[in-house]
Structure formats: structure tokens, C-alpha cells
Write a protein that binds this ligand. Structure first.
Ligand code: PLP
Length: 385
């Protein structure tokens, strides 16, 4: 019988936690709209509001800062577009972002610049994928309304220094938004010094298709969606009650599991890095100092093999990993290019709350066998004369 594949793509999506499955099953069976005035509706609404309280507690913000969305992409778009639309009314139309943002941020900013009268400065990353706060601050102007810099990059796992941005931006009345999707599993979001940030449920053990925008109440914003006025008018649409409740449970579970996960992940990604490095011709990308990178992420360049061939061979051998980012459909990674990484192949290996040491040992063996095998196949034939 073929062995179960090893899944090391937790940055793309991680497993739903068992306690989350249970609440999801319970609440998906409820027939009531959380906005209905009858008893059934009020019961669902209470559970949604309890989920909001749980999330607010974990991120250390008032419940009025928590807006439920259909995931990280919607939350990023709602924050970026909403803040820019509100700022336009005050004559501020410029925004600054970085060259390593996820498309949920990069494309939203690009769209505003191309179709909506905004001006945009994109600050290139350093070679390790981090963004230099000085360069970001140099890019702001009197008409800057918004700076959006991700808390950590989804490909390289590079963690950004937001603390150096927060106060200088506040002094200039510029809103700081941060795409915090990738840090939520291992970092305490109470420490995030941003006026607006986001959680994507499927990165922390909730199902796909739910998230939150965390938005400081003092930040003027125009809603992205208009309709029934749910969520304080900031996000119209019937509450996705079962998903919102599941996210509340997942957020608390992830916060309890955070330190354990960070410790285990560090050990596991270090083990993978060491066994890959023993093969030769493999370079670890991203920040050198472990405090500047997510413990869950390992990004490497592999010489002497073709990228698509490597991913396909690993897949056949039962190891699921990402080449670049699974969230984008293009083959070449913008982030890898922006960081000037030149390689025959790049791999992103990411562990999560359910990854075992056994998974990691099996993955290391598969990587070694596949890379060595491909390299020996591609060695040029010797002509004996
Ligand atoms: N931002 C980052 C950094 C991500 O990694 C992702 C998803 O991979 C998103 C945003 C989008 O989140 P969602 O898949 O919930 O729309």
C-alpha cells in the first residue's frame, strides 16, 4: 500500500483543527439568519458575537474593531480600498507598499492606481525579502494616506519591522495597514503595531473562506460592500454564522498552541534545512537571523534540477510542497524575482500545527532521493574516445 503523502504546504492552507470541525458541524445545521429578531436568530447572533469577542481578546482590540469577511483577500481589499476611498475625501491620494506583498494587497493597490486616481509608490525589498522601514518612510509625502507593509512574507517567511514604521506614520496621520495572514499562527497579534490588519481562517485551523479585518475604530473607511448594513455597516451580507463561529474557536486554539507550534516548527524547518544543505547546491533564502523569519517557513534554491521537474517528481514521490506561492497561478514568483534570487529551482516547505517529526523525517528522505536522482539523470553523458 502506498504511504500517505507528506503535506508541507501549510502556508498555503493548514488542516482544520478537530475542535473547529465540531463547532462547524453543529452550527452549519442551524436554520436561522443571525440578523433575524426571533429566538433562533438571536441564538445564532449570540454565538457570532461570542466569536467576535474571542477574536477581539486574542488580538487585544475592542470588538468594534473586528469585521468578519470571506477571508484574507477580502479583508485586505476592504481595508486598502476603504481607507483610500475615505482619504480621497480629505485630498490624500498617495499610498506606499512593498514589492513583496501578496496579490491581495499588491493587486488592490495596483487597481486603485490604474483605475481610481490613486498614486502608488512600491518600495523594493532587500535581498532577504524584508522591507527597509527607512525606505518606506522616505517614500511618504504630504498627500500619503496609507502605507501597507506585510507582517511577514508568505514565500520567504521574512518578518518585517513594523515597529519602526508605526510611530513616524502616526505622527504624519498616515494609516498603517499590514497583511498579517502569515504571522497569525506563530506570533502574538496583540504586538502588531498596525491600524488595520487581517486574519485568514485557513492559515490557523479554520475552514477556507472566512477571515477578519481588524480595523481601529478611529480610521475613516468607506465600505467595500453595500447592502443590509451588517457588521456596523462595514461589511454587508448575511453573517456566515457557522464559519464566523468556527473562526472564533480556531483563533483561540491557535493562540493557545502558538508557542508550542513556533518551537516545534523551528526544530522541524532547521532539520529540513540541514538535511538539504548536506546534499550540496542548496541555499536557504530569506533572512539569516531566525528572529527575522517565520519558524514555519523554509525557502531554498536548488541547483542542478529544473523547477517544474522537481515539483512534479516530489509530488509523485508523495511530498506536497510549493514552488513559489500556491495562491498565484503564474509560474514565476514575483517575490523571488524582486529579491534577485536566481536559481534553477526554488522550493517553499512550510510546516503547521499538525506536522509531526515523523512527517519531517520522511520529507527529508524524499527530498534527498528525488534531488539526487534528478541530478544524476541530468548529468551530461561522457563520450569515451
Ligand atoms: N495574504 C497572504 C500573505 C496570504 O498568504 C494569503 C493566502 O495565501 C492571503 C493574503 C489571502 O488570504 P485568503 O486565501 O484567505 O483570501
Amino acid at each position: 500500500m502506498a504511504a500517505t503523502p507528506v503535506y508541507l504546504d501549510h502556508a498555503a492552507t493548514t488542516a482544520v483543527r478537530p475542535e473547529v470541525r465540531t463547532v462547524l458541524q453543529t452550527w452549519v445545521a442551524e436554520t436561522a439568519n443571525a440578523s433575524a429578531a426571533h429566538a433562533a436568530g438571536r441564538r445564532v447572533r449570540e454565538a457570532v458575537e461570542e466569536a467576535r469577542e474571542r477574536i477581539a481578546g486574542v488580538v487585544g482590540r475592542p470588538t468594534t474593531d473586528i469585521v468578519f469577511t470571506a477571508g484574507g483577500t477580502e479583508a485586505d481589499n476592504a481595508a486598502i480600498k476603504g481607507i483610500m476611498w475615505a482619504a480621497r475625501e480629505r485630498g490624500r491620494t498617495h499610498m506606499v507598499t512593498s514589492g513583496v506583498e501578496h496579490p491581495a494587497v499588491a493587486s488592490a493597490c495596483q487597481w486603485l492606481a490604474e483605475h481610481d486616481g490613486a498614486t502608488l509608490t512600491v518600495v523594493p525589498p532587500r535581498a532577504d525579502g524584508t522591507v527597509d522601514p527607512e525606505q518606506v518612510l522616505d517614500a511618504v509625502r504630504p498627500e500619503t494616506a496609507l502605507v501597507s507593509v506585510m507582517a511577514a512574507n508568505n514565500e520567504l517567511g521574512a518578518v518585517n519591522d513594523l515597529a519602526s514604521l508605526a510611530q513616524p506614520l502616526r505622527d504624519r496621520a498616515i494609516v498603517l495597514h499590514s497583511d498579517s495572514v502569515q504571522v497569525a499562527a506563530t506570533h502574538d497579534l496583540r504586538d502588531l503595531p498596525a491600524d488595520a490588519f487581517v486574519i485568514s481562517g485557513h492559515k490557523i485551523g479554520a475552514p477556507q473562506g472566512v477571515g477578519v479585518m481588524v480595523l481601529d475604530q478611529g480610521v475613516p473607511v468607506v465600505p467595500l460592500l453595500h447592502g443590509g448594513g451588517q457588521d456596523g455597516g462595514l461589511r454587508s451580507g448575511t453573517f456566515a454564522a457557522a464559519l464566523d463561529i468556527a473562526l472564533g474557536v480556531a483563533t483561540v486554539a491557535a493562540a493557545h498552541d502558538r508557542d508550542r507550534l513556533a518551537r516545534d516548527a523551528q526544530r522541524q524547518t532547521d532539520h529540513l534545512a540541514a538535511s538539504l544543505s548536506a546534499l550540496g547546491g542548496v541555499t536557504r533564502n530569506g533572512p539569516v537571523d531566525p528572529v527575522d523569519r517565520l519558524p514555519t517557513h523554509l525557502h531554498v534554491s536548488v541547483d542542478g534540477v529544473s523547477g517544474p521537474e522537481l515539483t512534479a517528481s516530489l509530488d509523485r514521490a508523495g511530498l506536497h510542497v510549493a514552488a513559489g506561492s500556491a495562491c498565484s497561478t503564474g509560474s514565476a514568483s514575483r517575490v523571488v524575482a524582486a529579491c534577485g534570487i536566481l536559481a534553477d529551482a526554488v522550493l517553499r516547505l512550510t510546516v503547521g500545527w499538525s506536522t509531526t517529526d515523523e512527517d519531517v523525517h520522511r520529507a527529508a528522505a524524499i527530498l534527498s532521493e528525488v534531488i539526487s536522482g534528478l541530478r544524476s539523470e541530468s548529468r551530461p553523458l561522457r563520450i569515451f574516445g
